[in-house]
Design a protein around this ligand. Sequence first.
Ligand code: MG
Length: 296
Amino acid sequence: MTTETFRTLKLTRDQEKKLYESWREFEAETPPYARFQLRPENCVITCYESGKTVFQGKDAMVYAAAFENAPVRTAESPSASGDILPQAGSDEVGTGDYFGPVCVCAAIVSEADMDLIRELGVRDSKKLTDQQIREIAPKLMQQLKYSLLIVGNSTYNRVHESSNLNAIKAKLHNQAYVNLMKKAPLPPFKVVDQFTPERSYYSYLKNEKQIVRGIHFETKAEDHYPAVGAASLIARYAFIRSMEQMSEAWDMEFVKGAGAAVDRCGIEFVRKYGYEKLGEVAKLHFKNTEKIKAAL
Ligand code: MG
């Protein structure tokens, strides 16, 4: 079922640059009359001196889609692209909390969802109370296409032995998009709330089976892109629920963040259950672990 497809686009110089930067690791020998050629998986992209860019191969449409209606961002309108719909966005929660999992969500928001988004006042989940999140998130989860990954502490600690935090985040965001793609076609416009430079993001993914490319990276994206705002909210809801379940399971309250109250909570936990159980509820590489050990 090989379908060879073509897509020819006339890109701006900025878009050509972005295209090149996105996939430069797949650069091939430059053919005649071309500025450059890239050969990512299932696609050959040739940018010609004429100004035309040809996407060719099984996934031509997928790669070209990122540039079909991708906005050209200018310094004057840094987030004019916030209203590009449909859009997909992703964010992660829990990476700054000693206790509890890391939750990553990717969600799609289309024009038809915007009434609900406005009605619920979706914005950065960090500015909402837990109670507001408990009310809003289930409504979003009912309406939106989303995918959610929850990485428990035991798994997290095992993975962290061989990967740094940004590598873990990159793999989780990518996996969230891969999973989301199974539920609905991914819109051309995809935003990751940026935590690492674009090039590092893709280099962390170089051994992944499937890589979702053509992503726009922006810091504080949850404030400007409804899909990132929604993803952030769903991820925070999952985090809150996980913390509640942990409290039930271990019969004690776990404190969020990584401050002194967290150390005290950790000491209480270890006195009750032993140090060897700490890795089931906490991210052991945090400095809190040393403080907890020292206090015992
Ligand atoms: Mg974020």
